[in-house]
Design a binder for this molecule. Structure first.
Ligand SMILES: *Cc1c(COP(=O)(O)O)cnc(C)c1O
Length: 394
């Protein structure tokens, strides 16, 4: 090929250069209802003096790691939903938790984590944070204002998760906030159960609210994302710095899926609440079931706090079988289910079941406790599945 034949008639650029040097047009007059997916690592500047490396990105874009229009749109939408000062998006709920802890803790810090916390939160504390010289202490999730007795001069963060994972204790977050703030200590909350809406973290005084968008905002079991939302400028500066230094990149494609999930979050939550209550109340009447750990039912620890502080309940809850149940019966029950799929996570459209036979945290209940997530199937069909499987467990 003769290279000079390939120069364009209109200019001096070689076709191989033109492959690179195209400038995709910003569409004018195309008003779609769907948010655009803006991908990008490098962001180009018109002049050198515009190339300012500012993680806040409030005015302009600097680098894809710190936000594209799509990732920042998701952050802004979550901040608005939670009425937060600012929101940072992380690659998953667990990444968001790590971000929150690393933003607040340094070697020598003391941090309080509830015994009911999401398993990987506890592991993060007892493994990674402990290895960094951070003193992680676990506390009774129902401690309320009694947290005061555990706060030390070096306490950097009081963590809450309400309701707790698997055991569903609803925490008295306002009492914990009051006691912690009186001692000048910030409070963080894993607010995933509430989808950022069923419990108003910031009006209840929380400083940092974490959500696994993987659950209700994504809503379809097809993405992993998390958020850290902050109440004020002080928390924003701390979390923002750590977010940048940890390089918590998120995919604009996943963010676009989360933005789509937000459109149906309201109808899904309302429907899931009703279906879940139908199934939970049916289970509460069953002779095999000793207790239903659902925040809206009286048998759940902290139920009255839920009634005071929450505007609704979600789709995940646990059941505890009677004393006569053991690991073998629980296994037969779980394996017999057909509509309930055996799987981790929750908040999607499919009903899920999980048992925790080896969990030391559950103590004597571990062989008798099963967690359920109710999906969008018809509750009557789910009840049939549960009834048939209870019969198979003997
Ligand atoms: C699932 C979950 C997380 C972690 O979210 P991932 O996106 O799966 O990392 C954190 N907290 C709670 C309460 C969860 O249920």
């Amino acid at each position: 090929m003769a290279e000079k034949d390939e120069k364009s008639a209109s200019g001096a650029l070689h076709w191989r250069t033109r492959l690179i040097a195209s400038a995709p047009p910003v569409p004018d007059g195309f008003h779609s209802l769907a948010p655009a997916v803006h991908r990008g690592s490098t962001v180009v500047f018109d002049r050198l003096r515009d190339a300012v490396d500012d993680w806040r990105q409030s005015e302009r874009y600097t680098y894809g790691l710190y936000g594209t229009p799509t990732t920042l749109e998701l952050a802004a939408r979550i901040a608005a939903l939670e009425r937060a000062h600012h929101c940072f998006v992380a690659p998953g709920g667990q990444a968001a938790l790590a971000l929150a802890f690393l933003a607040y803790c340094r070697a020598g810090s003391h941090v309080l984590i509830p015994e009911s916390a999401y398993g990987p939160t506890t592991e993060l504390g007892e493994d990674l944070l402990a290895g960094l010289g951070i003193d992680v202490e676990r506390y009774d999730p129902l401690i309320g204002g009694g947290i005061d007795a555990l706060i030390r001069p070096e306490t950097a963060l009081v963590w809450c998760e309400s309701p707790g994972s698997i055991t569903m204790e609803v925490q008295d977050v306002p009492a914990i906030v009051a006691a912690s703030h009186a001692r000048g200590v910030s409070v963080g909350l894993d607010n995933t159960y509430a989808a950022g809406v069923l419990f108003d973290a910031f009006s209840h005084g929380v400083d940092v609210s974490v959500q696994a968008l993987t659950k209700y905002v994504g809503g379809h079991s097809d993405l992993l994302l998390g958020t850290v939302s902050v109440r004020d400028e002080a928390a924003c500066a701390r979390v923002g710095r750590a977010h940048r230094l940890l390089g918590m990149a998120v995919s604009p494609d996943d963010c676009a899926l989360a933005l789509r999930g937000l459109q149906t979050l309201g109808v899904r939550l309302a429907h899931l609440e009703q279906s879940t209550l139908i199934v939970a109340r049916w289970l509460a009447e069953r002779p095999e079931v000793a207790n239903v750990l659902h925040p809206a039912l009286p048998g759940c620890p902290g139920h009255s706090v839920w009634a005071r502080d929450f505007t609704g309940s979600a789709s995940v809850f646990s059941i505890v079988f009677g004393e006569d149940w053991n690991a073998a019966r629980t296994t037969r029950f779980v394996d017999a289910l057909r509509l309930f799929k055996i799987g981790f996570s929750w908040g999607g459209v499919t009903s899920l079941v999980m048992a925790y036979l080896d969990s030391s945290r559950l103590g004597a209940r571990r062989e008798r406790l099963v967690r359920l997530n109710i999906g969008l199937e018809e509750p009557a069909d789910l009840i049939d599945d549960l009834g048939r499987s209870l019969g198979c467990a003997d």
